[in-house]
Design a protein around this ligand. Structure first.
Ligand code: SAH
Length: 254
């Protein structure tokens, strides 16, 4: 399997590249290539820029400065979903958000929006939110190597519940997943399945769930309130299940 490496977009412009002037992989990627994978000059690699561009390349030189690569051609990424999925997630405790970002990136999420809800248990330190977001960006970028995506999901700033609802405004389909909506009938999502959506926005609650009034105000803003079966899922399970379901209904897991 050809290995994939992230390369900053500015290293790829201008695209005029040659053996002596191609982009250089440094740091842990260079170490990995030299000491773990033991790749050699001439070996193929794939580069991605996090913005959706992907390149076939080969190693042109390996030295103490890093690993210089030669770009052979741009390729079309075939791993992006036809539907752009935003997951708005009620802020969870501890490292749960880290795991979610990783899992949801693998499932093809395009945007992640953390928000604080009435029953949020986690009370993140506002001063640290920025660092947390940077960490999630790093995690997402890291998982692109493994899942073969080339576009990194956008990580939004942490917002309030009403700001989150507002951010859904521009999307074709908005869903709030609420266990109280459960029941055994056909899911409201299946009923509207004929429609083709380009953008889907899903809101999932924190450990404490959504309140009645939050569900009502989302509904008022045009959200469909939908169940994920009759069982109560842990928040971190629910988000993964929701993303999978949306990819199945409207994306590329059908
Ligand atoms: N506190 C609630 C459960 C919250 S689960 C309780 O104990 O009853 C956290 C989030 O996961 C919920 O806010 C909801 O968005 C989602 N979720 C979990 N199970 C679900 C289900 N069966 N249907 C829809 N959403 C669900």
């Amino acid at each position: 399997m050809v290995r994939r490496f992230y390369i900053a977009p500015d290293q790829l412009d201008p695209v005029e590249q040659s053996v002596t002037s191609g982009p250089v992989l440094t740091g842990s990627d260079a170490n990995h290539i030299k000491n773990v994978l033991r790749l050699q000059t001439g070996d193929p690699v794939v580069l991605f820029d996090g913005g959706g561009r992907e390149y076939d390349a080969r190693i042109a030189a390996i030295d103490s400065a890093g690993v210089r690569v030669e770009i052979l051609g741009e390729r079309r990424s075939e791993t992006e979903s036809p539907v752009a999925i935003t997951i708005a997630q009620g802020f969870l405790k501890d490292k749960k958000m880290d795991d979610l970002v990783r899992g949801l990136t693998e499932l093809g999420m395009t945007r992640f929006i953390p928000f604080l809800a009435q029953r949020s248990v986690a009370r993140p330190d506002p001063k640290r939110l920025r660092t947390r977001a940077e960490r999630w960006e790093k995690i997402a970028l890291e998982s692109l190597k493994q899942c073969r995506r080339s576009r990194v999901p956008e990580i939004g700033a942490t917002v309030s519940f009403s700001e989150m609802v507002d951010l859904g405004r521009e999307t074709d389909l908005k869903v709030l997943f609420w266990e109280e909506e459960a029941g055994t009938g056909t899911s409201p999502l299946t009923k509207i399945r004929e429609d083709r959506y380009r953008t889907v926005f899903a809101a999932l609650g924190p450990e404490g769930g959504f309140t009645e009034s939050e569900a009502a105000s989302a509904r008022e803003a045009g959200f469909i309130v939908a169940p994920l079966g009759p069982r109560i899922l842990r928040a971190e399970t629910a988000a993964i299940a929701a993303c999978t379901l949306l990819q199945h209904l409207y994306g590329d897991m059908g």
